[in-house]
Design a protein around this ligand. Sequence first.
Ligand SMILES: [Zn+2]
Length: 795
Amino acid sequence: MKPSTATLVLACLIVVLAVFAVLFSTRGPAVLAQDGPADQFSALRALQHVKAIAREPHPIGSPENARVRRYLVGEIEALGLRPEIQTTTTVRQARGRWPTAARVTNVMARLKGREQGLAVLLVSHYDCGRSSFGAADDGAAVAALLETLRMLKAGGPLRNDVIFLFTDGEEVGLLGAHAFVEQHPWADEVGVVLNFEARGTGGPVLMFETSPGNGRLIREFRRAVAHPVASSYGYEVYKRMPNDTDFTIFRRRGLPGLNFAFIHGGTAYHTAQDSLERLDLRSLQHHGECALGLARRFGEADPDSEWTSGDAVYFNLLGSLFLSYPGALVLPLAVLLLLGTIGLLILGFRRRRLTAGGLLLGVVVNLLGALVLGILLLFASRLAFAQGYNFVLRNGWTSNSLHLLGLALVAIGLTVAVYRLIATKLSADNLVGGALPLWLILTVAVSLTAPGGSYLFALPLLLSLAAAFLWYGDRPSETVPVALFVLLAVAAGVATLLWAPTLAVIGVALGAPAALLIGVFVFLLLAGLLAPQLALMSPRHRGWVLPVVAVALGVVLMVTVRLASDYDAANRRTNSLLYALDAEAGEAFWWSLDRAPDAWTAQFLGQTPEWGTTPAFLGFSAPALKNPAPVAALGRAEVELLEEEAGPDARILHLRIDWPFEAHRARVFLSSPGEIRKVLIDGRPIELTAAGDAEAEDARPDFLYNALPPEGIRLEVEVVGDGPLEVEAVGQRYALPELADFSYEPRPAHMMSRSGMIMDSTFVRSVTTLVAGAAGEVHQRSTPGRRTAGSPRTR
Ligand SMILES: [Zn+2]
């Protein structure tokens, strides 16, 4: 084959494969029609449930949350099943976090199996964020599970029981799932868990988390699902992130399982744009395919079988072509690659294709080129996009894909340019020779520390080594032997198929840092491992056409995407505001976490607000914009000492705390001159040792209570000695206050509240001191100051 023909074929192959790899990796399966086969999942049939669920925001404790719950119960009853309702107070204490309590209500349904054995558990959460409509997170999953339940019921009993768990309070600390495993008897009967989530509004459903020893689970996943999308590198990355879903609760309990989510369109996550209009029906279809396929598969599995085995390495090569191999092969493969690399370098020197100086220069060029290109792209992107960068990356498939494509083109153009500059001084032989040790080091390091990610390095290295053995062999220069051409093409193809979708997903998942990785790996692949291919593709007489065109096209793409991306009613800009009233100090402030006031927040903050640090009673201390606000007549927390039991050296105080305004959640701090030995919330203990965040000097027992019941919180506090108990109570309502002498405009349509549970809220702090022997009184007045527990007073 003539080099020019090889050039053309190779170039076309790589481009076509890259485009297909990214396209397949970023689209879910096609939506099955409403009248499609009855035994297959149809997103259009499940859509009615999303429509019913996502009418209004329905965070835990809200009337809309109760409405969604009634809908779930009604749908389960309509199938002729008896819903199981679990209403309880639960307290969860994650490491380094506040103890978080809530009154949660979980809804469950159970399909009896033909045999007695462990059950398959399918989980999604029906609560959502404060301002989100919860269409994607997690309405799509709830809808997919309701439709799966209907289809399984229609299909007759499976071998094993299948339990459907719709949790409450996921968004405020996984509280529904926690209550289930802690208090519900069905939790002991679960054999395997499937959890369904969303962190955006579209894209394919990624199986992003498994449990330790996942080999068997991965095999079943591949067989049960028509479009399996998962990668063990993604799992390795996720494991190292602080993110949690309900699945965390089950994994910590040692249950095997799989966790699913779609992540495209992340700008809408936990905001008012997580709405029905934005939901990608392909994602709903994909959720359903996974839920139904796996429920059937695990539902028919041998109930006595062992679910955990060795870990697997797994990934999609192209579209639904899903490959896996045992993790036990990772280290032997790394050893093989070590020996292969040494052998190849020896061959290179023997054949005089490598020189010591050339090889060293090859290493340096690869290393420096990759780092410089990565850092350059990162800074250039940051500079060009500033605050809008994550917006471009995460605001839907088109802008994300075109931007990343632009970035990749610039990286490719610059890499080829570097290659052109050095090609006369440094041969492709020495370049690939210099890249191999670097890839080997990466392979060994990743194989040892994160074996699930090793395939990204080991497989391209393996194929490039094979190609390089032929490349270093004797060959006439005017032709490319067919065997060499095939190996070069396969090596380039596999590297492209593995890396193009990986970098694309990193762009969606991590945002800005993707630019760094695109720079580093485009260079290490193209100028390093694929240097022989580049040598064929970029003959010297072609000059600068390829790099210049690639860079220009990339810049044009990125600039176009940036110009086309603007905030409007469909793509809203977030801002933040809250109202904090300290009833003890008799003062109130507006607070904002934005960098500067905008047209809407300026009516609260003024044009030039000062910076301050948010008060500890809000639950977080951060620099923020502040401006004095009118004091609202909201009243303070009512703290009632119901009963006082005297012991030999301590008293047990029974309290009830309630708020005169409709508070949705509350934070409570307790202090006393004597030791506080025990605190029970609605009868459930909190751990006192790890209370609050570790950095606070203030180590008072404290907790956060979500979804306050109408009758208030019941506390039992054991205090040593007969000193007073000081109760600092902060009530939060998910709305800005109505103020007598202060009116304000509603937020314009192109803006929305920032995500999270604290913004657009009213906070009221008050302190109540309970002295010994005052049972039966309602204490609404307080002592002056905050830390005056040492000076008991008489009423
Ligand atoms: Zn969620």
